[in-house]
Design a protein around this ligand. Sequence first.
Ligand SMILES: Nc1ncnc2c1ncn2[C@@H]1O[C@H](COP(=O)(O)OP(=O)(O)OP(=O)(O)O)[C@@H](O)[C@H]1O
Length: 258
Amino acid sequence: MNRLQGSQLVVSLGGAAILKGVDFKLNAGEMLGLVGPNGAGKTTLLRVLAGLQKPDGGNLLWNAGDYFSLTARERARRLSYLAQSGTAHWPMSVERLVALGRLPHLSDWQKPGETDEALIEQVMEETDLSDFNTRQFNTLSGGERSRVLLARALVAEPEVLLADEPVAALDLAHQIEVMSLLQRYCERGGSAVVVLHDLRLAAHYCHRIMLLVDGKTLAEGSPEAVLTEQHMRTAFGVQVSPEVGAIRDTLKLPWVRA
Ligand SMILES: Nc1ncnc2c1ncn2[C@@H]1O[C@H](COP(=O)(O)OP(=O)(O)OP(=O)(O)O)[C@@H](O)[C@H]1O
């Protein structure tokens, strides 16, 4: 059974068709890479899956039941959405901001208990944030902020994590760390949809890739099946440079942790 399944999803914004009948599925333990040119509709699809954008057509299922019958609290417990350029709207320490991720699991006025605290500490370590506990979020660099927001999403222990370009502001080492973290999250049974512009990261880490072009799925399947020279030409209008030769060589991850 698919954890999330959409069929013929349609979204119009400002009078323009943005998603034009997209089928979607996500299994437990799966990392799905959502790739495609700027303006293809990746963020719009993610917002539909997060329940932030009601589709104008099609339907969406959560574990085979109607997605839209989940209450907002149920959705917050089971699904985390990491926006493209997330922010915090008032000054707050990193530790408090990450702890907010536990809120959907606590009743009104309940404080985080020992188990919550242990989880928060573990995720802070995994996201390389232990030294930032008391720092104010608004004093952090862009890459540090991205890691804090990912940590907040992970402490919620969601069944599905929707991450819009989670590595966009990160240096090489932190890109690898964040992708490995998402990989471990999926190995523990989580499901992730990750919007990526770096096709090498997508090829290396994702089980399956969906290539969206102009509001439609151009290709979907294994990285090898989707990231072909023909699809790159159609989607992005590029071809492999003659100096490189084969497309598989462009998709090798050139760095590992030293
Ligand atoms: N509120 C809106 N009104 C009109 N058009 C919109 C609105 N929101 C988004 N769009 C348009 O919808 C299209 C898809 O946007 P979306 O953000 O989903 O693309 P994307 O694939 O995530 O792009 P990128 O890679 O640049 O982040 C774009 O052309 C965008 O300009």
